[in-house]
Design a protein. Structure first.
Length: 212
């Protein structure tokens, strides 16, 4: 499964791409934290079994946060975000939500799966498969299949192993706790690419300010 490092790296790419002239160490820090937030539900699974990849990985979370920011900045008479941090705060808020979705939730959804609509609908879904053009079969994709042989797992019968909660129920004394850093070459590439892009943007912004 993608590690927190991978989530933060992808969030860094989202921030570097979307923050524009508001990119600085404080803004990108907010965005990186937002990308890591969904993984905090790995700590809740010991108290609420099955909540990892559900409680903070639900797609409803960025939807609700987006609605709150939209109300505050476009409908409310006096925006709390704009009043305290100006237009920079509005930009950072939206980019943080994008990083939470694109960096925090999507890597898991497109790898091992998440409880996409928890708690409204308790079911884990995973967007995995392949898409290809075949000379005999035409376009073939296995990402979305309308008919399945079994119902998707739920928080009651499915458990994601984490360093905090490796196995369901009580842990044996000699249980191995694994905190993944990079589980594949692709994940290592994302960590290096995300870290390099963020570091490069910070360095370039520093050079720009010193030249002004």
């Amino acid at each position: 499964m993608p590690s927190t490092l991978v989530h933060v790296a992808v969030g860094g790419l989202v921030g570097a791409a979307l923050l524009g002239r508001w990119f600085d160490s404080r803004s990108i820090a907010v965005v990186l934290v937002a990308a890591a937030v969904p993984d905090l539900d790995s700590f809740t699974s010991t108290l609420l079994p099955g909540s990892h990849r559900a409680l903070l990985h639900t797609l409803l979370l960025p939807l609700v946060l987006g609605a709150v920011v939209l109300y505050d900045t476009r409908i409310r008479e006096e925006s709390q975000i704009r009043g305290r941090w100006g237009f920079r705060g509005v930009v950072v808020a939206w980019v943080a939500i994008a990083a939470l979705l694109g960096g925090g939730i999507f890597p898991d959804l497109f790898t091992n799966g998440v409880n996409a609509f928890y708690p409204v609908h308790d079911a884990f879904y995973s967007v995995t498969g392949k898409a290809e053009l075949s000379s005999t079969r035409g376009f073939v994709q296995t990402f979305f299949e309308l008919q399945t042989d079994s119902a998707p797992p739920t928080t009651e019968n499915f458990h994601y192993s984490t360093a905090v909660d490796p196995t369901p129920g009580a842990e044996p004394e000699n249980v191995e706790r694994i905190a993944p850093l990079a589980s594949s070459g692709l994940e290592l590439m994302l960590v290096l690419l995300g870290g390099g892009v963020v570091a490069g943007r910070l360095l370039s912004e520093r050079w720009r300010r010193s030249a002004e």
